[in-house]
Design a protein around this ligand. Structure first.
Ligand SMILES: Nc1ncnc2c1ncn2[C@@H]1O[C@H](COP(=O)(O)OP(=O)(O)O)[C@@H](O)[C@H]1O
Ligand SMILES: [Mg+2]
Length: 306
């Protein structure tokens, strides 16, 4: 394999009539990344992944996988690459195992023993005889990943793998992603949940209305987003006045039975001492994760200020 990065998209554009679904997207995924492609519904995630997988032709721009462009070299660009968008496709009336056997038979390099291995990896070995049509959404997603793993890929592209799953299914999916990353597979996964990307990914690109608004390390993004804390206090009205008088406290908002306070760690520490001195009881102080919407708001405000 070349030294080229697993994914390199440059000025990738996809138009559908008047809609610009993907608007000059640059993406670089490095070896070993668990890369989060984060954006709200309709942002252009699936369309981007379709272009990366060579399923649709870009209007302009290029996409390369390990240095190979599927538009130029065809299926060969997908050597060592696997994945699916918007849910995997299988024959509903055949068992999960039979579906995998059919896929393995397409390919001389995949021994039958690999089928048991991948079923084991996604924890479907006990259910391998069930028809695919009877599978739950979570089991379908996991079987999709099992199929992707048959050929031992080095890069896995997953389109919102945990979306639509119940909490248990989400937890299983996240564990699976972590396990695969631990085996050295580079992963690009899309999501509309910041918390999910935060839990799994080291690097992230945020897409909004077809455009990348951030690409880089996740920890730096969260730092730049500014931290916030939730205070639950005895006397919210008095607490608000005390907090607002503190240096470094940027914003105090009522949220449910508490106060959402924006400020860095040191300011929050000083503020909690000030509350104590004012004889205001703190019953809870919890660091909060920014939501995707808050990140966007911060970005828009910074753009407006620039
Ligand atoms: N085949 C298509 N024809 C017309 N518009 C499309 C098509 N596919 C996607 N779009 C539009 O492109 C935008 C991005 O869609 P998509 O990539 O599916 O977003 P995401 O996966 O982030 O939810 C949306 O406005 C969607 O309606
Ligand atoms: Mg999508």
């Amino acid at each position: 394999m070349s030294d080229a990065p697993p994914v390199a998209a440059r000025a990738l554009v996809k138009r559908y009539g008047d809609i610009v679904a993907v608007d000059h997207v640059d993406l670089t995924v490095e070896r070993g990344d668990v890369f989060g492609y984060l954006g709200p519904n309709g942002a252009g995630k699936t369309t981007s992944l379709r272009m990366l997988l060579g399923l649709i032709r870009p209007t302009s721009g290029t996409a390369q996988l390990f240095g190979r462009d599927p538009m130029l070299v065809g299926a060969r660009a997908l050597d060592g690459v696997a994945g699916f968008v918007e849910g995997p496709r299988f024959y509903p009336y055949l068992s999960a195992r039979r579906n995998l056997e059919l896929l393995a038979d397409f390919d001389d390099d995949v021994p039958r023993s690999r089928i048991d291995e991948v079923l084991e990896l996604v924890e479907l070995r006990d259910r391998a005889r069930d028809r695919f049509g009877r599978y739950s959404h979570g089991m379908r997603q996991r079987l999709g990943i099992a199929a992707s793993l048959l050929r031992r890929p080095q890069l896995l592209l997953l389109d919102e793998p945990a979306t639509g799953l119940d909490p248990g299914g989400m937890r299983d999916m996240r564990q699976l992603v972590r396990r695969l990353a631990g085996e050295g597979i580079t992963i690009l996964l899309s999501s509309h949940l910041l918390a999910e990307v935060e839990e799994l990914c080291n690097r992230v690109a945020i897409i909004r209305s077809g455009r990348i608004v951030y690409e880089g390390r996740l920890d730096e993004l969260l730092r730049s987003a500014g931290s916030s804390y939730r205070f639950v206090v005895g006397d919210a009205e008095r607490a608000r006045a005390v907090l607002l008088a503190q240096p470094g406290i940027e914003d105090v908002r009522t949220e449910g039975d508490g106060l959402r306070v924006h400020g860095d760690e040191r300011a929050i520490g000083a503020a909690s001492v000030a509350l104590g001195q004012a004889q205001i009881e703190i019953t809870a102080l919890v660091p909060q994760t920014a939501t995707l919407e808050e990140l966007f708001l911060g970005m828009t405000e910074r753009e407006a200020a620039a």
